[in-house]
Design a binder for this molecule. Structure first.
Ligand SMILES: [Zn+2]
Ligand SMILES: [Zn+2]
Ligand SMILES: [Zn+2]
Length: 177
């Protein structure tokens, strides 16, 4: 692994860690996350590692180029055109601008599924509705059917459990295109 140096304080960067939603980050080795106080201690430099976009077997409806699957910091997924890019110096989008957001985000919860005992996840639809779902539930895109446990409970506002993952307290990622 490369010996990277913190641009803030000059100490080496620590190990690569993964958030509960699967995003990777690297902290300054002199900084740490205190779960008790929910505050950063020491140097607060965090480097977010880019998740490589995954090429999909689908074509862009606008220009016919292949689509890629990209995951944002909050675990939201989108399909975008592989010819689309971001010109950092000009601060503008380049190429094809086709983007399709995929339904729903998931956050891990501390409670267990009443049906199978596995962990629950908090599921948020694109329209902002929330539900508790079993973490073993999934979707088989080939067979076009649900897999795993089918437990789901839709939540009314006020019933929404707070995730203890602490991810929302992490410093923001650099601007995404
Ligand atoms: Zn540092
Ligand atoms: Zn396109
Ligand atoms: Zn279950």
């Amino acid at each position: 692994m490369s010996e990277e140096i913190c641009p803030k304080c000059g100490s080496p960067l620590g190990e690569i860690t993964e958030t509960p939603t699967g995003k990777k980050l690297q902290r300054c080795s002199t900084g740490s996350w205190n779960k008790e106080t929910r505050k950063n201690e020491g140097c607060d430099y965090v480097k977010w590692l880019t998740v490589e976009p995954q090429e999909l077997d689908e074509k862009c409806p606008k220009c016919g180029s292949p689509l890629v699957l990209q995951v944002t910091r909050f675990g939201k997924k989108m399909k975008k055109c592989s010819t689309g890019g971001w010109d950092a110096s000009a601060k503008k989008a380049t190429g094809c601008d086709y983007v399709e957001w995929l339904t729903g985000t998931k956050e891990p919860l501390d409670s267990d599924c009443p049906e199978c005992g596995e962990k629950l996840v908090l599921f948020t639809t694109n329209s902002g509705k929330k539900a508790e779902k079993c973490s073993t539930s999934g979707w088989d895109a080939k067979e076009k059917k649900a897999t795993g446990c089918t437990y789901i409970k839709w939540l009314k506002p006020g019933e929404i459990p707070v995730s203890s993952a602490g991810e929302e307290f992490l410093p923001p990622e650099p601007q995404e295109p």
